[in-house]
Every structure is written in structure tokens, then in C-alpha cells.
Design a protein around this ligand. Sequence first.
Ligand code: FMN
Length: 259
Amino acid sequence: MQRDSIANTFAVATCLCVVCSVVVSTAAVVLRPAQERNQLMEQKRNILRAAGLYQRDRPLEELFEQVEVHVVDLESGELVDPSVIDPDTFNQRAAARDPDKSRSLDRRQDPAGIGRRADYSFVYMVRKNGQLSQVVLPVHGKGLWSTLYGFLALDADLDHIQGLTFYEHGETPGLGGEVDNPRWQQQWVGKRAFDDQGDVRIRVLRGRVDDDDPDAIHQVDGLAGATITAQGVSNLVQFWLGEQGFGSVLETLRERETE
Ligand SMILES: Cc1cc2nc3c(=O)[nH]c(=O)nc-3n(C[C@H](O)[C@H](O)[C@H](O)COP(=O)(O)O)c2cc1C
């Protein structure tokens, strides 16, 4: 075969494609465990950040020992025994895609725009001297371009917010990506999620919070130029605190912790 013949060109191109695809797929397979480990670390870091427990100079695993990992039944609000669902192997995202392990939400029930909600969820608890001091709830919902995944930490009263962080989203840096801005996240700290009647009241405004407004305790400033993402965050937080989200879990915890 001539070196510069058409057949030779195709043969070389085909070989190159095969070699490159083998290299890329091998790298993807080999690197997957490391990527999954890093994702898990990032989640742990964000759980600790939401709970205000993260310290840069301390090993993550050591800090995470303060956190109890539980799986809850979102329908009954009860904790699920680890012998029934093992938190080490439970995959909440896969469960949310599986029609046998999740429920479909109609538009009215679904301000977070997630379509389906897994029957079970992780819940993270922090105790001090045996007393519940914080509960960290995994939350997710649609922004403008992506689904945002994060954690909302509530104080022991299950009302005051300790923090909100996101560990995964595809919003535009500088616009929707400002959900990661520590100054914006700081605004959530100390806000009340519920009103005195127990209804979800926390929300992100389409502007700035007026500190003289009696509702200011339930409000967070919007993100200029990124109202769609900001309203997405508002909606997803409301959804997960509501009856389709962790409503029954919070109810159970309130009863148990005030016993
Ligand atoms: C390239 C590009 C990226 C954008 N990214 C976001 C985004 O991540 N989040 C968002 O809410 N709006 C984003 N916007 C703006 C929205 O289209 C929309 O104008 C904005 O959410 C409205 O918010 P405002 O009323 O505060 O201006 C983007 C716009 C452009 C042109």
C-alpha cells in the first residue's frame, strides 16, 4: 500500500482513533474511583461548611466524625435502620431516577423542578453532649442552566438556619455562580425558615432585604443579574423544608427532641 494512498490515510486515521479511544476510556475507568472519592470528600466538606464546622487546617475525616449519617423515610419521617438501608451504599441520586424507589411530582408539588423525589434521603445530625445541635439536609433543585446540589443546616430548634452551601451546579460564574459567594451564603445564617404557625417562610427576594420589614428574618437578598438562579434556590429550599421534602422528618425530630 502506498504511504500517501487514500486507503493508507484511512487506515492510519482509524488506528489513531482506536488507540485514542482506548486511552481515553482506560483513563476514565482508572480515574473513576479517585473521582468518586473526591466527590464524596467535597460533599463532606460542604456538610461541615453548612454546619459551620469546617476548619481548613484539620483533617476532613476527623472533623466529619462529629457528624452522624442517617437515612430517613421521607413519607413517615422515621429514621431507617442501617440494616434495612445501609448509608454506606445508599445512592440517593440513583434512587431518585428509579420509579420503584421514588415518587413522581406534579407541577404543583414541584417548585424545585426535580420531577421525581426519592422515597428515602440522607440526613446528617450533629450532637453536642448527646443533645441534637444541628441537622443538615441534602437539597437540590433547578437553577437556570443546571440542577444545584447542596446542604441546608438547621439549628437544634429546627427553625434557625445555620448555613446553606452548594457542592455541585452549572450556573454561570459571576451570575448564578454567586450562590457560592461566602458573603451571600452568610446572609442565610440566623434566618428563620418557618413562621410561628410552622409554615415555610424563608425566601430569596428579587432585590434587597429591608431590615425594617418584620419579615426580614425570613428573607435573603436576591442575586443581581441572576434572578432565575436565586429564585431557583428559594424554590428548592422551600420545597425541601415543605411537606413533599423533609416536612415529616422535621416533625418527627421536633416530637422526639422535645420529649
Ligand atoms: C451568558 C449568560 C449567562 C447567564 N447566566 C445566568 C445564571 O447563571 N443565572 C441566572 O439567574 N441568570 C443568568 N443569566 C441572566 C438571565 O438570562 C436573566 O437575565 C437573569 O436571570 C434575570 O435576572 P435579573 O432580573 O436580576 O437581571 C445569564 C445571561 C447570559 C447572557
